[in-house]
Design a protein around this ligand. Structure first.
Ligand code: TRP
Length: 333
């Protein structure tokens, strides 16, 4: 059975962008593969963040994932910082990672441009990502297009480490693609992302979903209600394709092209379908929030199961690299 690893940052809410782009795929993969899914809090701290909020955001992400169908009976769900081997292997892997490759990463270039002083953590972000994947010797990594370059670097790190310390020790992980394309945010401009405030949370209540959708960007050609539009240029239409049944999608396209209705009419139909799609998840989330101890127990057991695998990999890595085994000095880890 193939091993799968993926990570998601604790941005708090799970929104329709990361749901359609990643998490929906995770839910399907857990049926067929041995899956490890991690809330990557050590990645989150490489960018400016609010320490007072991180804990709640991590918990909320766990609730969102469980509500969305991540099933602790079918996969291992855990918080990255609960498994210390992640940072341990990350350090080890920095010793075989070419600095030039790290500097070449587009995500690093984009994010470092926003800062005057660039923390080394931002540069080493993909090395921690490599450690995440390699601790579990994962074969498949479901991620969006924006992570492909990082995965290529992970494969290079694997080749370098294997060549030096142990042929075939780490498998070269492959990207597992999702059918969903990049989900564009409500501003119609950029990828949907919490930090850009252009998302709809899968747990948002019906009124909030409508308030978010109402001002969403549509085809700019539709200035007045009588102006015909082009569904291909409208992000609201692309969301209909994910949330509305085929005959509704046809009706939406026809009504838009023929200026038979206004954008608000179109958005109302979409809002109702998004609301309906997430009703069961809102219910599950409410149930979990009422019993936080259940979430804690899931994360505890997930971290223990992850750690059993991670510790074994790390011990083999240390041995292959010639570090004095702690057991030799009778030290218990
Ligand atoms: N960098 C990924 C993202 O921003 C999150 C992530 C961290 C990840 N570690 C990972 C994804 C390991 C896949 C595998 O989406």
């Amino acid at each position: 059975m193939a091993r799968v690893f993926s990570g998601i940052q604790p941005s708090g809410e799970l929104h329709i962008g990361n749901y359609l782009g990643a998490v929906r795929n995770w839910v399907a993969l857990q049926e067929r593969h041995e899956c490890f899914f991690s809330i990557v809090d050590y990645h989150a701290i490489t960018q400016s963040y609010e320490p007072a909020q991180l804990e709640a955001q991590t918990f909320d992400m766990a609730v969102g994932l469980l509500a969305a169908g991540i099933d602790p009976e079918r996969c291992v769900l855990f918080v990255q910082s609960h498994v210390p081997e992640h940072t341990e292997l990350a350090w080890v892997l920095t010793t075989v990672t070419p600095l030039g490759e790290l500097e070449r990463m587009t995500q690093f270039k984009d994010k470092s441009q926003l800062q005057e002083s660039v923390p080394a953590g931002l540069l080493n972000y993909p090395v921690l990502q490599a450690a995440d994947i390699l601790l579990y010797k994962a074969d498949l990594v479901p991620v969006g297009q924006d992570q492909e370059q990082h995965l290529e670097l992970v494969r290079e790190i694997v080749r370098k480490w294997n060549r030096r310390f142990g042929a075939g020790f780490f498998p070269e992980p492959q990207v597992h693609h999702t059918e969903a394309k990049r989900i564009v945010g409500l501003d119609g401009q950029a990828k949907m992302s919490k930090s850009l405030n252009n998302t709809i949370g899968i747990l948002d209540d019906p009124e909030r979903i409508w308030q978010l959708l109402r001002p969403a960007m549509t085809d700019p050609a539709r200035v007045r209600r009588i102006d015909p539009g082009d569904p291909a240029k409208c992000n609201v239409f692309s969301l209909h394709q994910y949330f509305s049944p085929a005959d509704t999608v046809d009706h939406v396209a026809d009504s838009c092209r023929g200026a038979k209705w206004g954008c608000l009419d179109c958005k109302r139909v979409l809002a109702d379908n998004i609301i309906a799609a997430f009703v069961p998840m809102r219910e599950r989330a409410a149930e979990l929030r009422a019993h936080p101890e259940r979430v804690h127990e899931i994360l505890r057991s997930g971290a223990e199961r992850a750690r059993a695998v991670a510790a074994e990999t790390m011990a083999a890595v240390r041995a292959a690299m010639g570090l004095l085994p702690a057991e030799k000095v009778a030290l218990r880890r």
